[in-house]
Design a protein around this ligand. Structure first.
Ligand SMILES: CC(=O)N[C@H]1[C@@H](O[C@@H]2[C@H](O)[C@H](O)[C@@H](O)[C@H](O)[C@H]2O)O[C@H](CO)[C@@H](O)[C@@H]1O
Ligand SMILES: [Zn+2]
Length: 326
């Protein structure tokens, strides 16, 4: 029998660094509030470029030890965000970073881009049925910017959520469980444009400046369902987490650059599109809490599922999982 916190958030990402770039504020906020924040990362980022010259030997075409190194970067980022539950899909190294779209690495046997979707999704079903998240966050169908591992992470996350709710799918992986709300990462156009205006005015030290079109998942403001505002504390945690990924990200105050040396704004507000579940927007027309509208004391079970655990909300809202009588 295990005790689960009342609020449980699951995030599915492709590489170490994506979680901090896209959701650092969100993860830090909910972890600080006592929610269970579970991150599943699908690869070790083995095919990344290396920013610090003194670490160039880690590269895939040299020592090929960047993946192992990035495991350590990710652990440091989790510490900065206060997140304690982090897993690699199918175990560390099960799926390898596929490289950018069209790269020869896409075709490697263990490349995540070539993974069997239902096999990969089954690894996620096990996590979903264990932690029973009310909220799932992942990329949009284009993976934000078309990276094959991001696209595949989206597909695995959505398929895993679907299969986890099917009682006749792999009952050995635990009782069926239906996630109440699913969000895709996005960026509100006005925030992005304002961020680049700040960056241009600040005259930061990066060799170049990215453009709005380089930012993943930019949508018109009106399409945004939810905005999580980190404030100075959680924005600082996100900044520290991004700094922890130092082979991939160079941070300069409220700005950063990837290995392409193009400066871009570091956002203290993170935006989401709700694609499954009911929005519970405030008067401003947007949610400011991803758990808005969710009963924090009841874990939802898939309708018609057999062997579904009964969730009993204790007075503090925590959930005690007990197997229902057959
Ligand atoms: C943020 C992200 O998804 N990074 C990926 C990406 O890295 C980019 C890639 O190396 C590209 O060639 C560079 O120009 C760009 O600056 C990098 O951010 O792809 C890598 C390889 O699949 C991946 O390891 C990295 O996490
Ligand atoms: Zn990535």
């Amino acid at each position: 029998m295990s005790l689960l916190p009342a609020r449980r958030l699951l995030l599915v990402h492709a590489h170490p660094d994506d979680e901090s770039i896209n959701n650092g504020v969100t993860m830090a906020k909910y972890a600080a509030e006592g929610a269970l924040v579970t991150l599943v990362t699908c690869t070790l980022g083995e095919e990344g470029e290396v920013i610090p010259a003194e670490l160039a030997h880690l590269a895939p075409d040299r020592d090929d030890t960047l993946g192992a190194h990035r495991v350590g970067e990710l652990a440091a980022a989790m510490a900065a965000l206060g997140v304690t539950d982090h897993r690699f899909l199918g175990g560390a190294g099960r799926y390898r970073d596929s490289g950018m779209m069209g790269a020869p690495q896409n075709d490697r046997p263990h490349a995540f881009w070539r993974a069997d979707l239902d096999e990969a999704a089954a690894h996620l079903v096990a996590v979903i049925r264990e932690v029973r998240p009310q909220v799932l966050v992942t990329y949009d169908p284009n993976g934000g910017y078309g990276h094959p591992d991001h696209i595949q992470a989206h597909r695995v996350a959505m398929r895993g959520a679907e299969l986890a709710g099917q009682a006749d799918f792999r009952p050995d992986l635990g009782p069926a469980y239906a996630i109440e709300k699913i969000y895709w990462n996005c960026n509100a156009r006005s925030d992005v444009e304002e961020g680049f205006a700040r960056l241009t005015a600040a005259g930061v030290s990066f060799p170049g400046i990215a453009s709005v079109d380089d930012v993943p998942g930019v949508v018109p403001d009106a399409e945004v369902t939810a905005t999580v505002n980190g404030g100075p504390v959680h924005t600082a945690a996100k900044t520290a987490a991004m700094r922890a990924h130092y082979t991939q990200i160079a941070v300069d105050g409220p700005f950063f650059a990837l290995s392409n040396d193009l400066g871009q704004p570091l956002f203290g507000r993170e935006h989401y599109l709700l694609v499954h579940g009911e929005a519970a927007a405030g008067e401003g027309g947007r949610e400011d809490d991803l758990f808005a509208g969710i009963d924090g004391t009841a874990a939802s079970a898939a309708s018609g599922a057999t062997g579904v655990s009964e969730a009993r909300g204790d007075k503090d809202g925590s959930v005690r999982m007990e197997e229902a009588a057959e």
